[in-house]
Every structure is written in C-alpha cells, then in structure tokens.
Design a protein around this ligand. Structure first.
Ligand SMILES: [Zn+2]
Ligand SMILES: [Zn+2]
Length: 200
C-alpha cells in the first residue's frame, strides 16, 4: 500500500484548504525522509506543535491519530512537525519555511473585507480563488521550498499506556489514575477540583 493521496486526506478532513495541503506535504515529506513507504501504525509517532487543519495530514498519511495516542500535541502555535519511527529510533523535524504566495492589492483588500464580515459574491469569489491558488502552489512546490528539515529537538515520546481508573469522590465518575487531583484527603477529577477551589 502506497502513501495516502491528497484526495484521501481531503475526504477525512471534510474540506480542502491551504493548511491541509501543507500538512499533507509535510506528512509525505517526513515519511519519505524516514524511508517509509507506508504507515505502520504503532511504530510511528508524531509531535505536532499546532492544532490546525495541517495535523490531519499526519493522521491520514502517517496513521498517527489522537485516539491511538501516537499523535502528541504541543500547544506552541508553530508549524513544526517531528515524526519518529520507534523501531529504528529515528526521527525527522520539519519546520514550515514557505514564504507563501504574493497577493495582489485586490486580493488583500478582499481578504480584509472578508475578515470584517463582508460575504458579498465578489469578495467571496476572490477569497476562494486566492485559496485555490495558494493550495495549488503548496501542492506543486519543491519540498525544500516548503520545509526546513533537521533532527528531532526532543526525545522520542513514551508509548501510550493504559492506566487504572479511580472514582472521583465528588461526582463519582471514573478518572485515569494519573489525572486524579488530591484535595483535602479526597481524590477528585480535574473539573471537580476546580469547582471545589472556586467554592472556597
Ligand atoms: Zn481545513
Ligand atoms: Zn469529579
């Protein structure tokens, strides 16, 4: 099985957009750099430094999903992705360095109006055309134009583990043991601990 194509990523994501195109290119580039022709689920783990559309590229192409625990989110707001192959203990870090496509005066004006709430046909048409042009440029660009490649800047994340659950002493709902908050001799879930703190 070859790597997923962009159509498969769009089907998963629900729409096509420049961010998704970038994530797709990043996932394919990372897989290629690691010499992987296909996703072998449990052996791969990705650390993503944003939670934008782009992340879905890794979920589909690399098979790294939030649910399986081999997608690690760090809320840094950076377009940086580090893909690791556990078996070979190797990884590659990609930072987006794409300068973007230049926009005409008309396109910039349409975007300003769009952000201000203008949804007229003319503004919507120009914004959509710009998006399509950006997406096409990203899909066609050389990898070296899109990304700076380097070694991982953090160690391989630990494997996802299954933890025992305990009942919260306030709401009775079950909580993963490492997430339990000790509060005045009671074991609480995080929301209950926050409510107790507020009611003090
Ligand atoms: Zn999107
Ligand atoms: Zn609770």
């Amino acid at each position: 099985m070859a790597l997923a194509d962009f159509a498969a990523v769009v089907a998963f994501h629900g729409h096509c957009c420049p961010g998704l195109a970038m994530g797709y290119r990043a996932a394919v580039a990372a897989m290629t750099r690691l010499g992987l022709a296909r996703a072998k689920d449990e052996d791969l783990v990705v650390v993503v430094e944003n939670d934008s559309c782009a992340v879905d590229g890794f979920q589909v192409v690399a098979g790294c999903t939030f649910g399986k625990g081999n997608l690690v989110f760090r809320d840094y707001g950076k377009q940086v992705y580090t893909l690791f192959d556990r078996r070979r203990q190797e990884g590659v870090r990609l930072a987006v360095c794409w300068p973007g496509v230049s926009e005409s005066e008309e396109e910039q004006e349409a975007w300003r109006r769009y952000l201000a709430g203008d949804r007229s046909n003319r503004v919507a048409r120009i914004v959509e055309q710009t998006r399509q042009r950006k997406m096409a440029a990203i899909l066609a660009a050389a990898e070296e134009k899109l990304f700076c490649f380097g070694p991982p800047q953090e160690p391989l994340p630990e494997r996802a583990r299954v933890h025992p659950t305990v009942a919260c002493d306030r709401c009775g709902e079950r909580v993963m043991a490492p997430r339990v908050v000790r509060w005045q001799d009671r074991s609480l879930c995080r929301p209950c601990a926050d409510r107790e703190a507020v009611s003090l």
